[in-house]
Design a protein around this ligand. Sequence first.
Ligand code: ZN
Length: 317
Amino acid sequence: MIAARLLLAAMLLPASVAAQNAASAGAAQGPVNPLWHEQKVRNYLPHMTWPEVQDLRTRTDMVIIPIAAMEQHSLHLPIGTDFLNGLERAKLVAQKTDVLVAPILLPGNSPYHMEFAGTITLSSQTIQQVYFEAAQSLMKHGFRRFLLLNSHGGNQVITRYIADRINQETEGIAVELGDAAAPFLTRAPQTGDPTGRVFDRHGGVGETSTSLYMTPNLVNLAAARRAALTMPEHLQKMLPEVVAGDPTATLVFLAEGLKATSTGKHTSTREMSDTGTWGLRDPREATADVGRRETENFVQAAVKFIERWKQLRPMHR
Ligand SMILES: [Zn+2]
């Protein structure tokens, strides 16, 4: 079984990774913690030794830093959905182009999910300071270029602020990888809704599809159901224009939607949804295949951006 798994890993991974895995498997003599199932992942900081980090630095000055969240994801997805999906995505990118992956925090800014059990939220001040100081640490080790990969809508502005602080205050250079990769995406992948006319956001079909591909054994599709939404009436009325892609309607809809109960806007997830999903599609329509296509589209676009950046600007020595 283990041999078969190693063989499979050797077939799927680049030679150097397979060699590393074989080496670490060889080191495992004696009893092993029964909960330990992770394989060593190339360029993934928590799995690396310091000489491996030093060696990687001779090949690249780039780091992907996922910007994560720990928040309710409806009845069927894990609290760590955004953390896990962002991190796995970053690891996939780093298998195709030589960059470091350095996760820093699990929680992000999620005050509007707090009425659902398990959500952890940090203030935007705390979050930006932690990531900024982490980037400064990585700069001490010679890394200079930062690809911030945000996986949670509520962190968008914070992520841009972290990038701007790095650019304005340090020798580092930072971009948001989602923004950077956007021009390299192939046309928007089909989400299984051929009309594209049904509202589908947090914990909906799109996100569930991604999770079915990224972390399938953490998805409990049997517990999923269509949410009953109770949006404020004026937001409900904007919905058709939002779904049709009207930029102005989307801007003002999102400025008001998904805000903490304390704001009095009545747009926290608990105030708008009975399950925690913010969407009108049934999450059970999700498929791993849609998740795979969406993920692969992003990964190839991110790799193209990174390769272009390497061309445009030589590595810091
Ligand atoms: Zn999410």
